[in-house]
Design a protein around this ligand. Structure first.
Ligand code: ADP
Length: 220
């Protein structure tokens, strides 16, 4: 689904990513761990082509969608408008009914009753659902999530785990999640890659390796 070869990313003469090689299987959930500033977010941004890479190749077998940290919802738009704005702008002449698609997506994520509300009236967990619905509007094959649980309490974080897992299964999407939250990552991922000093320091299956959190913590 995703083939990454010898990828390097340099910021101000510093190699943030150095010769990254990674293959990601279809419909898997990959967690990206690592200490703050290790390049997790940059890695996702390179896959989404929000940042150009300085070396290597990223081959993506489908469309990508990006869920930004802290939701980044448009405050002056309703939930429904948040979902339809980008696709309508991008495909003005397609005549496609994005409103209907958005309503369906909100229904799938249990947010149909909030379609005409503004983001400031929603809880953190509800905002996260809207952000997820918005990133699914492009019908991505790969969903890139940057710190999806930042600012959420433990029980809402557990809702996000269930939500992302069900979205992965329901839509057959490959999900890549960058997070500092090891508890969250080990619960949701079927594979975890830890970045350190620009390279992959650990590549593990948290379900088969005993005490994965303790193991990963050694690299912080
Ligand atoms: P993480 O997500 O793991 O916390 P980031 O990918 O945000 O790490 O950042 C990795 C490194 O790259 C940090 O040292 C950060 O300061 C630097 N960096 C990120 N974005 C930029 C940028 N646009 N310009 C310069 N340096 C950047």
């Amino acid at each position: 689904m995703l083939k990454i070869r010898d990828v390097c990313k340099i910021f101000n003469h510093t190699k943030v990513l150095e010769n990254i090689n990674l293959d990601v299987k279809k419909s898997s959930i990959l967690g990206i761990a690592g200490p703050s500033g290790c390049g997790k977010s940059t890695f996702l941004r390179c896959i989404q082509k929000l940042e150009p890479i300085d070396h290597g190749t990223i081959e993506c077998g489908g469309r990508t969608g990006f869920m930004f940290q802290d939701f980044q919802l448009f405050p002056h738009m309703t939930v429904l408008q948040n979902l339809t704005y980008a696709p309508t702008l991008k495909n003005k002449d397609s005549g496609k009914d994005y409103k209907k698609q958005a309503e369906g997506m909100l229904g799938d994520l249990g947010m149909a009753s909030k379609a005409n509300e503004y983001p400031n009236t929603l809880s953190g967990g509800q905002k996260q659902r809207v952000a997820l619905a918005r990133s699914l509007m492009t019908q991505p094959d790969i969903l890139l999530c940057d710190e999806p649980t930042s600012g959420l309490d433990v029980s809402t974080t557990m809702d996000v785990v269930a939500l992302l897992q069900s979205v992965g299964e329901q839509f057959g999407i490959t999900i890549i999640i960058a997070s500092h939250d090891l508890d969250f990552l080990t619960k949701i991922s079927d594979r975890i890659v830890l970045l350190k000093d620009g390279a992959i320091a650990v590549d593990m299956d948290p379900r088969t390796d005993g005490a994965p959190i303790d193991f990963l913590k050694r690299y912080y």
